[in-house]
Design a protein around this ligand. Structure first.
Ligand code: SF4
Length: 97
Protein backbone atom coordinates (compact mmCIF):
# COMPACT_ATOMS: atom_id res chain seq x y z
CA UNK A 1 0.00 0.00 0.00
CA UNK A 2 1.42 3.44 -0.92
CA UNK A 3 2.55 5.62 1.97
CA UNK A 4 0.04 8.34 1.04
CA UNK A 5 -2.84 5.88 1.37
CA UNK A 6 -1.59 4.74 4.78
CA UNK A 7 -1.45 8.38 5.90
CA UNK A 8 -4.96 9.12 4.65
CA UNK A 9 -6.34 5.98 6.27
CA UNK A 10 -4.65 6.86 9.61
CA UNK A 11 -6.09 10.39 9.46
CA UNK A 12 -9.61 9.14 8.80
CA UNK A 13 -9.35 6.68 11.71
CA UNK A 14 -8.30 9.58 13.97
CA UNK A 15 -11.34 11.57 12.84
CA UNK A 16 -13.61 8.60 13.53
CA UNK A 17 -12.31 8.46 17.12
CA UNK A 18 -12.80 12.21 17.61
CA UNK A 19 -16.36 12.26 16.30
CA UNK A 20 -18.86 12.24 19.18
CA UNK A 21 -20.99 9.13 19.33
CA UNK A 22 -24.64 9.95 18.59
CA UNK A 23 -26.51 9.63 21.84
CA UNK A 24 -30.01 9.30 20.39
CA UNK A 25 -31.65 11.14 23.27
CA UNK A 26 -34.23 13.91 23.18
CA UNK A 27 -31.53 16.57 23.65
CA UNK A 28 -30.05 15.77 20.21
CA UNK A 29 -33.35 15.02 18.47
CA UNK A 30 -34.79 17.23 15.73
CA UNK A 31 -38.30 16.85 17.18
CA UNK A 32 -37.28 18.23 20.59
CA UNK A 33 -37.81 21.79 21.73
CA UNK A 34 -35.82 22.73 24.83
CA UNK A 35 -37.83 24.52 27.55
CA UNK A 36 -35.41 24.56 30.48
CA UNK A 37 -32.05 23.03 31.41
CA UNK A 38 -33.43 19.53 32.02
CA UNK A 39 -36.56 19.17 29.89
CA UNK A 40 -38.49 20.25 26.83
CA UNK A 41 -41.34 19.16 24.61
CA UNK A 42 -41.51 16.53 21.87
CA UNK A 43 -43.03 17.84 18.63
CA UNK A 44 -42.92 14.60 16.67
CA UNK A 45 -46.73 14.82 16.36
CA UNK A 46 -47.46 18.25 14.90
CA UNK A 47 -50.41 20.48 15.72
CA UNK A 48 -51.06 19.43 19.32
CA UNK A 49 -52.34 22.03 21.78
CA UNK A 50 -49.97 20.69 24.45
CA UNK A 51 -46.87 18.81 23.39
CA UNK A 52 -45.70 16.04 25.73
CA UNK A 53 -42.93 17.07 28.14
CA UNK A 54 -39.76 14.99 27.90
CA UNK A 55 -36.56 14.97 29.93
CA UNK A 56 -33.41 15.75 27.94
CA UNK A 57 -32.18 12.17 28.47
CA UNK A 58 -35.36 10.43 27.24
CA UNK A 59 -35.46 8.70 23.87
CA UNK A 60 -37.73 6.78 21.53
CA UNK A 61 -37.77 5.04 18.14
CA UNK A 62 -38.68 8.26 16.29
CA UNK A 63 -35.42 9.99 17.16
CA UNK A 64 -33.94 12.14 14.37
CA UNK A 65 -30.51 13.78 14.49
CA UNK A 66 -30.65 17.55 15.03
CA UNK A 67 -27.02 18.04 13.92
CA UNK A 68 -25.40 21.33 14.97
CA UNK A 69 -28.46 22.26 17.01
CA UNK A 70 -27.25 19.83 19.69
CA UNK A 71 -24.17 21.98 20.41
CA UNK A 72 -26.28 25.15 20.49
CA UNK A 73 -28.56 23.52 23.08
CA UNK A 74 -25.57 22.39 25.17
CA UNK A 75 -24.22 25.96 25.11
CA UNK A 76 -27.57 27.37 26.15
CA UNK A 77 -27.85 24.88 29.04
CA UNK A 78 -24.30 25.69 30.23
CA UNK A 79 -25.10 29.40 30.10
CA UNK A 80 -28.33 28.98 32.04
CA UNK A 81 -26.63 26.86 34.71
CA UNK A 82 -23.83 29.44 35.02
CA UNK A 83 -26.40 32.24 35.31
CA UNK A 84 -28.18 30.31 38.10
CA UNK A 85 -24.85 30.13 39.94
CA UNK A 86 -24.46 33.90 39.64
CA UNK A 87 -21.71 33.86 37.02
CA UNK A 88 -21.67 36.56 34.37
CA UNK A 89 -22.87 35.23 31.01
CA UNK A 90 -22.93 36.97 27.64
CA UNK A 91 -26.58 37.52 26.74
CA UNK A 92 -27.90 35.21 24.06
CA UNK A 93 -24.76 33.18 23.48
CA UNK A 94 -24.44 31.62 26.93
CA UNK A 95 -20.69 32.24 26.91
CA UNK A 96 -19.37 32.53 30.44
CA UNK A 97 -17.23 35.68 30.83
S1 SF4 B 1 -39.51 11.46 22.43
FE1 SF4 B 1 -38.47 10.64 20.59
S2 SF4 B 1 -39.13 11.94 18.88
FE2 SF4 B 1 -39.65 12.99 20.76
S3 SF4 B 1 -37.94 14.35 21.14
FE3 SF4 B 1 -37.53 12.46 22.29
S4 SF4 B 1 -36.31 11.17 20.90
FE4 SF4 B 1 -37.26 12.80 19.68
Amino acid sequence: MPVAWKFIRAQSKKKEKMRPVPKKICLDCRNFSLQDTSSGVCKVVKGLADYPVKATGDSCDQWRDCGQQYFIRIGWIKGELAREQGLQVTAGTGIIT
